[in-house]
Ligand binder design. Sequence first.
Ligand code: 5GP
Ligand code: ZN
Length: 122
Amino acid sequence: METCIFCKIVAGEIPSKLVAETEHTIAFHDISPRQPVHVLVVPKSHHRDVVELSKHAPFELLDLVQLGNRVAEQLTNGSFRLQFNTGAEAGQTVFHAHGHILSGTPRGSVDAVPMSEDEALG
Ligand code: 5GP
Ligand code: ZN
């Protein structure tokens, strides 16, 4: 679709901060992150929302979820949300299917807090 912003990102016509990609799916950082980790996982083919994607290209939806999981393994401590806003009233603003990988616990965030001497000695 000529006017779709995510189709343009997939085509490389608009820059994005790429995280990972497969034959069917691209993952890139959200332009205005709402959590310390906020990555969008986007099918390369155009479908209005996740329901349309599931009807017309179920394999691509599976690929999207699997890539989202790989991104979460790389960037988080294992706890994350995969969110699909579906319909304008639910907050969907870009009508090209996409999932949000959201996490408040980036990888290493727990380890980054040093143990006190008491904790270390048990
Ligand atoms: P929605 O509200 O449709 O579920 O999510 C759309 C998301 O796309 C929003 O979180 C918004 O910040 C993000 N977004 C919109 N335009 C761009 C863009 O040009 N580049 C990137 N990286 N993210 C975008
Ligand atoms: Zn599109």
